[in-house]
Design a protein around this ligand. Structure first.
Ligand code: 6GU
Length: 240
């Protein structure tokens, strides 16, 4: 998968050199490029923002650097326009569709994602409208709270998407058994020692009966989900 990120803080993404995603990049499974939005400005101060038309607090990101950045990064979108195969451009925004494991799975199947990280009070609306004439565009939110900019949101999305790309996670079975993959929260896990600070590992996990263990784990998942996230239960019952 190819991933492009446009940001005024390219250093934010230095951590993508390490850990699982760093290995995936070295292995050629993820081709990731980070672009500095200020490289697409032409004034001495490399200005990316200005005051809002109509007034109001804060600054708005100017359209011109964004337009030039996407023209440079998405040449195929420039020529072909919006097609099935055009790159998917994602703008992190509290005004977007909420990011879920289901969305992560859909995005992991895309050959080319481009992320535009906004800062300040937002990006001039015409950037979304213009980009949408050349490529598929989606606004995506992490949830109902406010971040200062899209960088941390994009980092979270890339981590969730990247680990679903075939080959990135060494043991694909570990993807199946985690929270949200079956619509339920994960069951509790234990390792050695069998007794720690007076607490025993549940005996069912020690008896080698895999049917009983699976049933206990499923029960734990249901109990935990009902207690912590009852909103997930109807979706889990009507599984895709
Ligand atoms: Cl995707 N961006 C920003 N700036 N704030 C957010 C968000 C995204 N998701 C939740 N809050």
């Amino acid at each position: 998968m190819r991933i492009d990120i446009v940001t005024i803080f390219p250093e934010f993404f230095d951590v993508l050199d390490i850990s699982l995603l760093g290995k995936a990049r070295q292995a050629g499974l993820i081709d990731l490029s980070v672009h500095n939005l200020r490289d697409y400005t032409h004034d001495r101060h490399r200005t990316v923002d200005d005051t809002p038309y109509g007034g109001g607090a804060g600054m708005v990101m100017k359209p011109e650097p964004w337009g030039e950045a996407f023209d440079a990064i998405l040449p195929e979108a420039q020529t072909n326009g919006v097609t099935e195969g055009s790159p998917l451009v994602i703008f992190p925004s509290p005004a977007g569709d909420v990011f879920t494991q289901k969305m992560a799975r859909e995005l992991a199947a895309e050959p080319h994602l481009a992320f535009g990280c906004g800062r300040y009070e937002g990006i001039d609306q015409r950037v979304f409208d213009d980009t949408a004439t050349k490529s598929r565009v989606r606004l995506v939110s992490l949830g109902d709270y406010v971040l200062n900019g899209g960088e941390v949101a994009v980092m979270a999305m890339i981590e969730a998407i990247g680990r679903l790309i075939p080959g990135v996670v060494g043991n694909p079975a570990s993807l199946v058994e985690e929270s949200h993959e079956d619509g339920l929260l994960e069951y509790p896990s234990y390792t050695k020692p069998a007794r720690w600070r007076g607490r025993d590992v549940p005996p069912v996990l020690m008896n080698g009966n895999h049917g009983l263990i699976a049933a206990w784990r499923h029960e734990q998942q249901l109990e935990r989900t009902a207690r912590v996230r009852p909103d997930l239960l109807p979706a889990a019952n009507s599984k895709e």
